[in-house]
Design a protein around this ligand. Structure first.
Ligand SMILES: Nc1nc2c(c(=O)[nH]1)N[C@H]1C(S)=C(S)[C@@H](COP(=O)(O)O)O[C@H]1N2
Ligand SMILES: [Mo]
Length: 388
């Protein structure tokens, strides 16, 4: 029997070391829960910017906000992987504890754990594979990853609610407290600890730290050299990674053609500019990061024409939303800017990158660069701007 303030023994757990103790699982679980919560919040934010509900307004300053939130999203997800593995390793005998089902409350508890574990694994796997740009599935990543996030958070809330009494007791005392293994420590299977609880937590912490470092370098520049799992850490033409080349986007001919024209439309008026005319407009230089949803980001110096100046060509002086359209067809070919970005004087139709003409793979002849916009909305090979 368990009384108040005492941690119930894990009957089916490994008695040898007392590692399978709520005192251990609760601590790993707390760290995992914090990671999942951070990952959820930053993921929702990113999704909100890309698919804004009517009540949602995004900001454009400070210019590094999205770089941070999306970096944190990916890093917290990567850190969650070793934490989840450690947690599963510690609790797994309990997952198959008999009776498998039992009372309605037990059925609910076990169902929520089954959903929680599988949905969390799904989220971490799909997120990881998306970073690697490997899509061995048929569904559309963004929609599924977003929907499944609510499943994880819902199941996590149920799990925490059910386990709260155990969690509170387990976290309230020192990790070494062995009252929870007192009943089993006299067991003949007791061979003394091979790994202490503190040791296990330390190993888990180191694995989590390594996982963070392995990916963080793609957004935290000083860590770039040691980010051994970060696929895009600053390589690419003009010092910037490329996600989709001009060739992959099938725009090589149209983008390099002398016939290129930029159309600016709005308020019933249309202006068509040649590249030379675009280059003759007032040019501005900005330092802005480009931050991909996959977690990599890089600061660069961009030069080109302010979006607000282009809107003014069709007599629209701000206050309007702007849609930017690429030579490329398909889902990455259109981007509708949040109002903050379409007004911001830092938002450019860039012609130059880091002092040179834009590389074809970076969007030559011109591409959008705006503060705090997910990389996927920073449209390359822009051919049309619609002021709405
Ligand atoms: N037309 C077009 N623009 C695009 C893309 C694309 O596939 N097509 N990819 C986007 C993504 S996902 C990112 S992260 C940035 C990357 O910009 P870069 O290749 O110049 O680094 O471009 C964005 N602009
Ligand atoms: Mo991206």
């Amino acid at each position: 029997m368990t009384t108040r303030g005492e941690v119930p023994p894990d009957q089916d757990s490994l008695p040898d070391t007392g590692l399978r103790s709520p005192r251990v699982t609760a601590r790993i679980g707390l760290a995992l829960g914090v990671c999942v919560a951070i990952c959820f919040a930053t993921g929702l934010l990113s999704h909100g910017i890309q698919h804004p509900p009517s009540w949602f307004a995004w900001v454009s300053r400070p210019v590094w906000i999205y770089r941070i939130t999306q970096g944190v999203h990916v890093i917290s997800g990567c850190v969650a992987i070793p934490l989840l593995l450690a947690k599963l390793a510690v609790v797994y005998p309990k997952l198959f504890e008999k009776p498998l089902l039992g009372s309605p409350v037990r059925v609910l508890e076990r169902a929520s754990i089954a959903v929680l574990v599988s949905a969390t694994i799904f989220q971490l796997m799909t997120g990881l594979l998306n970073i690697a740009q490997w899509y061995p599935w048929k569904f559309f990543f963004t929609t599924t990853h977003h929907a499944m996030a609510y499943v994880v958070i819902g199941a996590l809330a149920v799990h925490i609610a059910v386990k709260l009494p155990v969690i509170r007791t387990a976290l309230s005392g020192p990790i070494d407290e062995t009252s929870d293994i007192a009943t089993v420590s006299a067991s003949p299977r007791d061979r003394g600890p091979v790994l202490t609880r503190r040791g296990l937590l330390a190993v888990t912490g180191i694995a989590a730290g390594l996982s963070a470092v392995a990916f963080a370098g793609q957004t935290v520049t000083p860590l770039r050299r040691i980010a051994f799992l970060a696929p895009r850490s600053g390589d690419g033409p003009q010092g910037l990674p490329v996600n989709r080349t001009a060739q992959a986007a099938q725009v090589v001919d149209a983008a390099s053609s002398g016939d290129f024209r930029l159309t600016v439309a709005g308020g019933g008026r249309t202006t068509v500019l040649t590249l030379a005319q675009l280059a003759a407009l007032p040019q501005h230089t900005v330092q802005l990061p480009i931050a991909c949803v996959e977690g990599w980001s890089a600061l660069a110096t961009w030069a080109g024409v302010r979006l607000v100046d282009l809107a003014a060509l069709v007599d629209i002086q701000g206050g309007a939303a702007v849609r930017v359209i690429s030579l490329e067809r398909g889902q990455y070919g259109v981007s509708t800017l949040p109002v903050a970005q379409s007004h911001d004087p830092l938002t450019l139709l860039a012609l130059r990158l880091n002092g040179n003409t834009l590389d074809l793979d970076h969007g030559y002849p011109c591409r959008l660069i705006a503060p705090d916009l997910p990389g996927v909305m920073q449209t390359k090979w822009v051919s049309r701007i619609e002021v709405l």
